[in-house]
Structures are given as structure tokens and as C-alpha cells.
Design a protein around this ligand. Structure first.
Ligand code: SF4
Length: 225
């Protein structure tokens, strides 16, 4: 594993990601709401699929199941038919229905605002819980998935065992995000989706090309004009 970057390098990278996101981030329907239920549904739908696939069904799903009470009363097969294009529809539908039922029964229809309350919901792991804390409750909470690992390994040549590696969570928690946690984490997600592509990264348009170790070692040709 490479040496950990200095605080000033981290701070410069953090600012670059946030600035890039403000100018280039994707407009996705779940990013215009901070309603905790709508954010939770989005994050549950986004597991193991793409934002593009979720964007196609998200608004219709929220219209149909606008509150947890409606989702809790729905049949699993009805929910599965709405999320069929995302894959894993039966498991996903069961988790959505069980989570809604749990929220209605244990929290009177309100989404819990603590890590402990969120991770106890059926089908909600640390990533989804942390995403809800960041994107609905505006609480900075470390957020690591395969995208984060991918970007960190290219940028800093850091090696992590995977998204469950505690060291990765500790490292991302060491960024001092203040109130800019949403732009930082959405920026990482969008950079990997749009710029730091796994097969052929688009280093020539990347806001991080100066500090990126992978770019310096591999020296991909920069297009001009
Ligand atoms: S410079 Fe290239 S490899 Fe490095 S983070 Fe940007 S797109 Fe990825």
C-alpha cells in the first residue's frame, strides 16, 4: 500500500471534487429531496444496480407508495413488478415491504435518524444507513462502496480489501467535510460514473488528474482540441 496522502493533499482533492460536482453533477430525482423516506427508498433501490435504471422507475414508485404506510400494506409481488427492471426484484421487494412495515410499527411512520435505528431495518446495511444520514439528515457520516474504493485506489494507490474494509471507512472519515458532505459523496459517485471509468478512465477531463498517482504512472494520452 502507498503512503497515506497529506492533509493538504486531501483538502485539495476534497475541494476539487466538490467544485466539480457543483458544475457537473447529475440531476437525479432523489437528489432534489431531503425527505428521509424518499431518500431511504432511493438508496434501497440503488443497491446493486445503476442510477440510470433507478431513475427510470423512481418517481413512479414514490407516487405509488408515497408514504411508508402504503408500502407496508402493498403485496410483495406488486412491489416486485415495479422494481423488476433493477434485478433481484423479489428480494428487493421483500426488503422494501418489511422495512416499511417495521417503520410503521416501531417508529410510527417516521424514518429513524440514527445509525443504530437505520441498520436494524430489514435489508438496510451500513452503506444505506450512512447515505440516509448524509443525504436526508445532512449529518456527515462516512460512506464507502465499490465506487469509493475504486477512486481511492486510482488516486492514492491505496489498497483496500473491499467496501467492508474498516481501513477504507476510517480513511474516508478522516476528510473534514463540514457541511459539504452531500457534494463530496455525490461527487465521488458521479466521478466514477462519468469520468474515472473502470476500463478507460477519462483523465483528460478529470478534476483530479494532477494529484492522481494512477494517471502519473500510466500516462494515458490526453486528447487535445
Ligand atoms: S486522473 Fe484518471 S485515473 Fe485518476 S482519478 Fe481521474 S480519471 Fe481516474
Amino acid at each position: 500500500m502507498n503512503l497515506l496522502p497529506t492533509e493538504s493533499t486531501k483538502s485539495m482533492i476534497q475541494e476539487s471534487i466538490i467544485r466539480w460536482f457543483d458544475a457537473n453533477g447529475r440531476d437525479l430525482p432523489w437528489r432534489t429531496t431531503s425527505d428521509p423516506y424518499e431518500v431511504l427508498i432511493a438508496e434501497m433501490l440503488l443497491r446493486r444496480t445503476t442510477a440510470t435504471a433507478v431513475a427510470r422507475i423512481y418517481s413512479a414508485f414514490i407516487r405509488r407508495f408515497e408514504r411508508p404506510e402504503r408500502l407496508a400494506r402493498a403485496r410483495v409481488r406488486t412491489i416486485a413488478s415495479m422494481v423488476g427492471t433493477l434485478g433481484l426484484q423479489n428480494l428487493r421487494a421483500r426488503h422494501l415491504q418489511q422495512t416499511a412495515a417495521h417503520i410503521v410499527k416501531e417508529f410510527k411512520g417516521s424514518i429513524p435518524d440514527t445509525m443504530e435505528g437505520l441498520v436494524n431495518l430489514p435489508g438496510v446495511g451500513v452503506y444505506v444507513a450512512s447515505a440516509v444520514l448524509n443525504f436526508a439528515f445532512c449529518r456527515p457520516s462516512p460512506l464507502v462502496d465499490g465506487n469509493t474504493i475504486h477512486l481511492l485506489s486510482r488516486l492514492f494507490e491505496l489498497e483496500f480489501a473491499g467496501p467492508a474494509d474498516r481501513n477504507a471507512w476510517d480513511f474516508i472519515a478522516s476528510f473534514e467535510l463540514g457541511g459539504q458532505n452531500k457534494a463530496f459523496y455525490w461527487g465521488i459517485i458521479d466521478l466514477v460514473a462519468m469520468v474515472c471509468l473502470r476500463r478507460v478512465p477519462r483523465c483528460e477531463i478529470c478534476p483530479l488528474h494532477e494529484p492522481c498517482i494512477w494517471r502519473h504512472k500510466n500516462k494515458p494520452a490526453f486528447k487535445t482540441g
